[in-house]
Design a protein around this ligand. Sequence first.
Ligand code: PLP
Length: 634
Amino acid sequence: QTMYAMDVWGDGFFSINDKGNVCVKPIEGMDISVDINDVIAEALAEGSTLPLILRFQDIISSRVKRLNRKFREAIEGAGYEGVYRSIFPIKVNQLQEVVAEVIEAGREFDIGVECGSKAELMAALPMIGSDTLMLCNGVKDHVMLTMMLNAQQLGQQVIPIIEKYSEFEQLMILADQRELKPRLGVRVKLNTRGAGRWYESGGARSKFGLTVPELVRLVKILEKRGQGDCLELLHFHLGSQISDIQVLRSAVKEITQIYADLVLRGVSVKFLDVGGGLGVNYGGDYDNPESSINYGLREYANVVVYAVKEICDERGVPVPTLLSESGRALTAHHSMLVVPVLGVHRPDSPPMHDETPPDSPSVVSRMETAYEEARSTDVTGILLECYHDAREAREEADQLMRLGYMTLDQLAHTDSLYWSTCREVLQKLAAAQLTPPPTEQLELEEQLTDLYLCDFSVFHSIIDHWAIQQVFPVMPLHRLQERPDRRAQVVDLTCDSDGKIDQYVHGHSNTSWLPLHSHKHGDAYHIGIFLVGAYQEILGDAHNLLGRVDEVHVYAKEDETGNFWIEETLKGICIKDMLSQVQYFPNDLDRRMSELIRKQINAGVIKAAEGTRILNNYTKRLDESTYCTTEVVR
Ligand code: PLP
């Protein structure tokens, strides 16, 4: 568990059982431990294919409850005379089953939803009744504003949050046309800037929000119309994955002062919305703020509750209902990606143990000496010297080969000895546990790292790793009672050199390689990529036309038939549908393929029966997954 730092990122949901398999305990307070390998086996037996998303729906529910309970505890502890409601921003994961699970789990806490675009608004409107609070952020045209006013007329609790002053003007015109008193909120541009990758979402230069002068102008207009009570909500958003809790504290204080001023001048704002940004600990180093945070749920709740109460008490105003638009923190943990290893590429050549080829130039014997010396010493200085000598000899051998002064046998012998020297030196340096490790050791680790080719696309399934170097926990899902003996890097199917995972949570730091077990081609070896439930699926792209993967939705339960059930299986995109998205249509492809085959039959290149077999094979594959199969021909 510590090798892969499960204790840092697992949040109590994941563990390893005595068979060496990764298990999930998705329901808080219940001791049901589901072996992830059993889930994979059942999903495959029911027709799913790898790579596969496993969605543990109970984890969503556990996270929703945990967040809301932490706020309830903070409210009780502080004697806060108000309540907290969490608002789920559906942009984090729009899948209907995910949103429904959040709403269901949050019912007892009066959870609400947030949407940020026209399509999200239209997806969410029919899903909420008349009690669920719904906030609308993002740029709003008159079509969206009209839909929100329609919803208000229907009695739904829909509040547009004004991001630009012109939205307010449009909203008031539309409301006047139907003689309605609109409900609205305002996003305020605070001076506090965020902390973390998305810090520019907050601060005076952020893309969205009203400046304080714009807010005052808006308030004065409402007051003039005798509609001060239309402004129900104040909101700020510092950006996702806030890395430093002090920044949040400062922003909460700033917005609460604005709230208090408004209340004192008679504008009875009801809700104070501290936006998203509640972070998740992915196990990143401290110098990687996209992947680590310096607080937990309890501290987050305490900071919000106590800061608001302190200022309201000082200013003598009633406390507002607190809202947070936490998304990542509710959904990141619930889903994981299972990827099979398709093959392993070892960059080093294996030892050849051959005699020295005849007539070898002196560089060959220099390489032999470097290897022998590395074998016979443990002294760091001498080991480094052996490595330097071997490196220099290899470069020289390369040049001699290019000039035609070395035979293939001589080069192979030298190359093989070079790698044997590297392995010897690295093994001994690693055993010495020098801190900090010499740069040569890091260089050798990189050179001697195996590439584990896995059936997935970084660009589709964990795009934040490619785009912003976010760290995701990665580890084998089985064989964990065996010590992993290989240094490995996971690479994907795409033809892009960026299609790899090059930062891992390893022990309690991040490394460019991960310990994995030796793998034999054709054997099943499954790797899990964890905490992918927030943003990744919807941001992912179709690089190399590798699209949506299969997924199963799993619930834990305890009865005589086992301890989980697969509630739903969704097929990933097939080749035919993927191709249609880029304007290749199956009928046309089929027609072209059969013409091509007919021509070859007519020209006598193949027999008619062979032609039919080739065409059928092509047509059948159009309905299959865009990913590889793990079956091998034996
Ligand atoms: N609210 C707004 C306005 C956002 O832009 C976002 C995303 O950045 C969120 C909420 C959700 O943030 P998070 O997933 O970090 O909680």
